[in-house]
Design a protein around this ligand. Structure first.
Ligand code: HEC
Length: 241
């Protein structure tokens, strides 16, 4: 091999890599504007992070230990990756008459302070990011949201519309207890074999507290809020007067 060929091939090998890794991306990305954040750009610095102490944190462990994340996600993907954000059952609550629309993408702050972010690995069952919102607004008719969730955990096929539910029953989160005095508020509407009431145990209670905390309706700065992304990107592109 002559020195000339050697030199040319060497430059070609480095040149092609340099072209692909440095030059092409530079021309593709140089027009991207940085996303502006903070008081000046978005009018707020505040991000509300819900507290997840005590029973909610314990419930999160019960959620993990029972593998709920194997079938349920807690992740509202951006609109380029799926249609989650347009689904009011997954992404929030829409009530056109009252002008309510809390749908939005998940963001990192939704998981702040959690030991595990249960984003899930499979979507066999519905996404639970906003479970509490829909239990309170639609499912729990005439009963409390807690009671609806207890009934679902005990027997997911209880309601006629869910008679084919694939959600496993978590009866081991309940105990049968002799009724002394008034029946417990949390007792299920059916009785055990010996007429005893069926009440959730401490793990069941913690799990339901956790499930009731699953709401993503806190306001977020516009840069995280899918509904205003278009607006903020156009305003970022327009020079300030
Ligand atoms: C084998 C998969 C699987 C596992 C594990 C599982 N679920 Fe489900 N779940 C489903 C399916 C499928 C549905 C939809 C059918 C229905 O409405 O019951 C569902 C529905 C639900 C619903 C009703 C949601 C809605 O909006 O209609 C709740 C609440 C729920 N599951 C909670 C749990 C909890 C809590 C755990 C863990 C303790 C769990 N699930 C574990 C499959 C699963």
């Amino acid at each position: 091999m002559s020195f000339r060929t050697f030199f040319l091939s060497l430059s070609a090998s480095f040149g092609v890599a340099w072209l692909a890794i440095v030059i092409v991306p530079y021309f593709e990305m140089r027009s991207i504007e940085p996303v502006a954040m903070g008081e000046e750009a978005t009018g707020t610095n505040a991000i509300y992070i819900p507290k997840r102490a005590g029973r909610v944190a314990d419930g999160s462990q019960v959620y993990a230990a029972n593998g709920c994340y194997l079938c349920h996600t807690q992740l509202i993907r951006p609109d380029y990756a799926g249609n989650d954000v347009f689904r009011s059952d997954f992404a929030g609550l829409v009530n056109k008459e009252e002008g309510i629309d809390t749908r939005r993408e998940s963001n990192v702050f939704d998981f702040a302070g959690e030991k595990f972010a249960h984003i899930g690995i499979n979507r066999m069952g519905p996404d639970l990011s906003n479970l509490a919102v829909r239990v309170e607004a639609t499912y729990a008719k005439g009963i409390s949201a807690e009671q609806w969730l207890y009934r679902h955990l005990y027997n997911p096929r209880l309601e006629p519309a869910r008679s084919h539910s694939n959600c496993p029953s978590f009866r081991f989160l309940f105990v049968e207890k002799k009724v002394t005095g008034n029946p417990s508020d949390e007792a299920l509407p059916f009785k055990g074999d010996k007429g005893e009431e069926i009440v959730p145990n401490s793990e069941g209670r913690a799990l339901v507290s956790y499930l009731l905390s699953l709401k993503k309706d806190n306001p977020v700065p516009p840069v995280f809020d899918f509904k205003s992304t278009e607006e903020s990107s156009t305003s970022a592109a327009t020079p300030a007067p």
